[in-house]
Design a protein around this ligand. Structure first.
Ligand SMILES: Nc1nc2c(ncn2[C@@H]2O[C@H](COP(=O)(O)OP(=O)(O)OP(=O)(O)O)[C@@H](O)[C@H]2O)c(=O)[nH]1
Ligand SMILES: [Mg+2]
Length: 369
């Protein structure tokens, strides 16, 4: 559905900025060579870096909860790289988690040629709450500090000299999502906690929101984007959520040019538990590369200012004129556009023309109103 498209775009943007930011993995090549065989040569995706996000359990939870299999990699001044792998989600369930696949590991820069230490437990019970991620014998970020708590006689038995050299102060602690090689499509790209309570809570959050100006009862959200991007389907999806059943009020489909040729202002009706929908969605004609085709820039400005009435038939050859019956002469604040959503088909991003990319800056990023 279109929501997924937008969310995916957002997620991609976040990932991109993440790569461009200074949050980079501390893992050196030789360290990767040691860790990867322990993890079936899986791909590692950096989720958390204590020196950037904080040596706190809250920061850890924020970045690492519900990410599927993960590996913690901790460093100390004595040259030890050690940590823990779990195939289970980190989650504050308040209960111990059993994970037969979990293990602790360690290696040291002075023992480059030796195999890493790998310790499994006969009774692998973990807790991921309270005082830090607790692997029975090792607790990372112990009590919100840059230290570990070590109990070599706990669930995992190890020689503390081999594990961390009895140096319990951390110089870094990173967490990676372990993405199994060759199985990426079988793993959801984003783990969601989703049930009817969550749905209800989200709907309540939305319906409780109020525009800050009392004369505006519904924020008007304008959908713009290239032809066939999914603008009308996006409206149908949102409309279906509030109606409580699948609705296809707006026409959707593919044609050589924009299928939507009228300006449509849809007021969403509440149903069920929702008493009020504080926004409306406005659907537009798709943007096109060629001049005199698709949604016109002048019409866009008129729409933003609230001059365009519902069901206005777009004419790419000539924008809306002030003497047209569809021209709203004195729009109020409630008639104007309060938010613009630029809808894009993420599978086509790579084939967007330069002109379309430039125009997205205008339509999505720099409204003139
Ligand atoms: N796979 C997939 N197809 C989608 C999605 N959203 C829309 N489509 C399909 O993409 C096509 C175009 O969708 P529309 O909603 O009509 O797109 P639009 O942006 O309104 O297009 P115009 O009005 O022509 O500018 C339709 O065949 C939809 O079924 C989506 O999220 N995923
Ligand atoms: Mg459409």
């Amino acid at each position: 559905m279109n929501l997924t498209r937008l969310e995916f775009t957002f997620e991609s943007a976040v990932k991109t900025s993440f790569k461009m930011s200074t949050v980079t993995s501390k893992l050196a090549k030789w360290e990767l060579k040691k860790i990867c065989p322990l993890l079936n040569h899986a791909k590692l995706c950096l989720l958390f870096k204590a020196s950037v996000h904080g040596y706190t359990f809250d920061a850890f939870n924020h970045k690492c909860n519900l990410q599927g299999p993960t590996v913690i990699v901790a460093y100390n001044k004595s040259g030890y790289v050690f940590g823990a792998f779990t195939s289970k989600n980190f989650a504050q369930t308040g209960q111990n988690v059993v994970d037969e696949k979990a293990f602790l590991f360690s290696f040291n820069e002075r023992q480059m040629k030796e195999d890493p230490l790998r310790v499994v437990s006969g009774n692998p019970q973990f807790s991921f709450f309270d005082i830090g991620p607790n692997f029975g014998s090792l607790i990372f970020l112990h009590r919100n500090t840059a230290t570990i708590h070590s109990d070599p006689a706990g669930a995992y038995k190890f020689d503390p000299l081999q594990m961390h050299g009895n140096d319990l102060a951390l110089t870094e602690c990173e967490v990676y999502r372990v993405e199994e090689a060759g199985r990426l499509m079988e793993i959801p790209w984003r783990l969601m906690h989703w049930d009817s309570d969550k749905r209800k809570a989200l709907l309540n959050t939305i319906s409780d929101w109020k525009p800050s100006v009392s004369s505006v009862k519904q924020a008007r959200i304008l959908l713009v984007g290239p032809i066939g991007a999914g603008k009308s389907s996006f409206f149908n999806s949102i409309n279906s959520v509030f109606k409580g059943y699948v609705s296809t009020q707006a026409n959707t489909g593919t044609a050589g040019t924009s299928l939507t040729t009228q300006f449509r202002s849809y007021s969403l009706k509440p149903s069920g538990d929702v008493k009020h929908v504080p926004f409306s969605l406005c659907d537009t004609m798709g943007l096109e590369d060629e001049a005199n085709n698709g949604f016109d820039v002048d019409d866009f400005v008129s729409v933003l200012k609230g001059h365009v009435k519902d069901r206005y038939q777009f004419n790419p050859a000539m924008p809306l004129q002030p003497d047209s019956p569809y021209f709203h002469k004195s729009p109020e604040l409630k008639d104007r556009i309060h938010c613009v959503v630029y809808v894009i088909d993420t599978s086509k991003v790579k084939i967007l023309s330069n002109k379309m990319i430039e125009s997205s800056g205008f339509f999505g990023g720099k409204p003139t109103s």
